[in-house]
Design a binder for this molecule. Structure first.
Ligand SMILES: NC(=O)c1ccc[n+]([C@@H]2O[C@H](COP(=O)([O-])OP(=O)(O)OC[C@H]3O[C@@H](n4cnc5c(N)ncnc54)[C@H](OP(=O)(O)O)[C@@H]3O)[C@@H](O)[C@H]2O)c1
Length: 276
């Protein structure tokens, strides 16, 4: 097993993180908080936030100079545009004992294999930003060289930031990116538009924003609390026949909202394909 053991005999892993921005730092914070890592080597030109750099398990390197101890897993969390450049610097020092996990949008397994070698175990993952508070959802696809033990390492680390699902068809990653990868931004925009609509009905800006925000927060919490109940049933539960909600839903469900979301997701999917 590639895992080491701590004093409580819980499995811990060694990790190397290339790129510690919004996603990388959120993911690392969840591993540290959940006691899943014995050591994390972090490579990033920007200094780490104090709450991470003060942790004795974190070893910070402002650039890759070689000589960094090998680890069970190496996470590539840089922007897609610089993934190749950042990968090429480390490619010669990585062997198949280390599983690579890339979260870069649109970057295919075949691109990574062309840099790290076709025998290298590689996982491509699409996380999302609620990972920062353990409420994310991530989806992964692995190449054929990833062992069951390596899948378990990835699964353990990714589940520390929320739900994690495996898919077999990499072709679906652009759709996953369009839905859950970019999805949090759609919901934040929904809050903005709901607040704007409230203002147009005469509510002042602050009150309207706070009602819109809390309505989305409360509804999401209710959907989580009633996890076994479908979204359709939850919607029907707040829709009395002939009431105010039904009046609004007759407009919202006349097809235009669905068309806009179809167009938005298609645009995101197209961009994800372009990035690759
Ligand atoms: N944000 C999201 O919602 C989201 C969702 C799903 C997937 N992703 C994917 O996650 C990846 C990271 O996104 P992000 O939003 O976390 O970006 P970010 O906040 O810009 O983080 C990238 C980090 O990489 C650093 N960096 C730049 N060059 C480097 C190098 N050569 N070696 C090591 N580190 C380097 C950057 O430092 P400087 O700032 O100093 O350049 C920055 O701290 C992207 O590939 C993105 O597609 C993001």
């Amino acid at each position: 097993m590639p895992a080491s053991h701590n004093q409580h005999d819980a499995k811990t892993y060694s990790a190397t993180l290339i790129g510690c921005g919004k996603m990388g730092s959120a993911m690392m914070a969840s591993w540290l908080e959940n006691g899943l890592v014995s050591r994390v080597n972090v490579i990033d030109p920007s200094p780490l936030p104090v709450h991470l750099s003060d942790d004795p398990r974190v070893y910070y390197y402002p650039s890759y100079q070689g000589g960094i101890p090998t680890s069970d897993i190496l996470i590539l969390a840089v922007k897609p545009q610089i993934l190749k450049e950042a990968s090429q610097k480390i490619a010669n020092d990585i062997n198949d004992k280390t599983v690579l996990l890339s979260i870069a949008a649109g970057q295919r397994l075949s691109t990574l294999e062309s840099i790290f070698g076709s025998d290298q175990p590689i996982i491509r993952t699409m996380p999302n930003t609620p990972a920062a508070i353990g409420k994310g959802v991530s989806v992964s696809v692995a190449n054929t060289h990833v062992s069951l033990d390596q899948k378990e390492i990835a699964d353990t680390l990714l589940r520390a930031s929320g739900e994690h699902k495996w898919i077999k068809d990499e072709g679906l990653m652009d759709a996953v990116t369009a839905l859950s990868g970019s999805g949090p931004a759609y919901l934040f925009h929904f809050i903005e538009t709901l607040a704007d609509a409230g203002e147009k009905l005469g509510l002042d800006a602050d009150l309207s924003m706070s009602l819109a925000r809390q309505t989305v927060i409360g509804s999401a919490a209710l959907a989580e609390y009633d996890g076994g109940i479908s979204a359709e049933t939850l919607r029907k539960n707040v829709t009395s026949p002939g009431g105010t909600t039904q009046a609004a839903l007759e407009t919202l469900m006349d097809g235009r909202f669905q068309t806009i979301l179809d167009e938005a997701l298609n645009a995101a999917k197209k961009r994800s394909q372009e990035l690759s």
